[in-house]
Design a protein around this ligand. Structure first.
Ligand code: NAD
Length: 321
């Protein structure tokens, strides 16, 4: 097969998988296999930049939104994160950052394995909640998100702010949900992420309330009033939003890797799924200096834990039931 045909086949395959994963909440392959094919395509593209296709998944975020939901145009674009699968790849990221920034300080956070969420508050009141979609246009899921108990309908201050975070299904609630589905003769969800995504697309908001989703917020998308990511997290918590407390600062690779090891050893004890650790430049002015690619911020990288053996077979199922 020529390189051009190989690139075309991989692009089409990955776009189909992305549609099944993001839009239909119904993945048909394991994430690790998706990541492997994605990397294969990215390598071929970097060696043959003239053959990159306009519809390449390496140049866009997520997928198109479902037609059944009202579309929401984000005021501030949502990005994906660049992945790293080894210590060397984080080292390469650190080298890139250090070319632009002297002695960067990093903040390392857990990578929550859920669904990207954007919350728009006006005068302190929750106005809109939306999915990431393709980063520019998402789905309006305000009524669904209002049924998540830990999302405040009113902030503690009457401000206008757009915040980003992750909606997820705690493991306990995921197990309970699958047990009930089994008893009712319904197919099980493959994993908590998949169940969370399917739940937020329920038109019957009573179902959302019953399943017990939860959130962690981690970003101020509207122009930040703080100087660092750490200050943003403290501020979001002060506003009444839920923020994850497991985080650390790092100024070198040894500290970053020690945190990754620590989290990787205790991840099974957490009440929710994580799929890695996100390493971010802490200073927001330095983040601005580093900027973005079409798909990722250049000031962050997501280390992904090695794939665990699949516990549940990925089934082709109608998740709307
Ligand atoms: P991603 O999941 O690799 O990382 C980006 C996302 O991480 C952000 O959008 C945000 O929602 C989330 N996140 C969680 N905690 C965060 C934190 N503390 N700070 C910042 N962000 C945080 O990227 P993606 O574009 O959402 O998805 C790509 C991945 O999805 C692939 O690597 C693959 O594993 C999976 N995928 C699987 C299939 C499949 O068919 N199995 C298809 C498409 C994608």
């Amino acid at each position: 097969m020529s390189i051009e045909s190989k690139i075309k086949t991989l692009t089409e395959q990955l776009n189909q998988y992305a549609r099944e994963y993001y839009t239909l909440d119904n993945p048909t392959i394991e994430d690790a296999e998706y990541d492997r094919l994605y990397r294969e395509l990215a390598t071929l593209e970097s060696e043959n930049p003239n053959l990159i296709r306009a519809d390449s998944p390496t140049h866009r975020t997520g997928d198109v939104v479902l037609s059944g939901f009202e579309k929401y145009t984000h005021d501030y674009q949502l990005y994906s994160l660049q992945d790293a699968f080894s210590r060397e790849e984080i080292e390469a990221f650190d080298v890139r950052v250090r070319k632009e920034i002297d002695n960067p300080e990093y903040i390392c956070e857990l990578k929550i394995d859920g669904l990207s969420l954007s919350l728009v508050y006006e005068n302190g009141v929750l106005k809109t909640a939306a999915t990431r979609g393709d980063g520019t246009i998402g789905e309006n899921i305000t009524e669904q998100v209002k049924r998540i108990k830990d999302v405040p309908l009113y902030l503690t201050e009457p401000i206008d702010i757009v915040v980003r975070g992750e909606a997820y299904l705690p493991r306990k609630n995921f197990q309970k949900l699958n047990q009930e589905r089994e008893e009712d003769g319904l197919p099980s969800f493959a994993n908590p992420r998949n169940a969370a995504a399917g739940t937020l697309r329920q038109l019957d908001t009573k179902v959302v309330a019953k399943r017990g989703l939860a959130t962690f917020l981690y970003q101020e998308a509207s122009p930040a009033t703080n100087d660092t990511q750490e200050e943003v997290l403290i501020y979001l918590e002060k506003l009444g939003l839920v923020v994850n407390h497991r985080r650390t600062f790092a100024t070198n690779m040894t500290e970053i890797w020690a945190f990754i090891q620590e989290i990787s050893e205790m991840r099974d004890d957490l009440a929710y799924d994580i799929d890695g650790v996100v390493i971010k430049v802490n200073n927001l002015t330095q983040q601005d200096e580093l900027g973005f690619t079409v798909k990722f911020p250049k000031w962050a990288i997501a280390y992904k834990f090695p794939a665990e053996l699949a516990e549940t077979e990925i089934l082709s199922v109608d998740w709307t039931v």
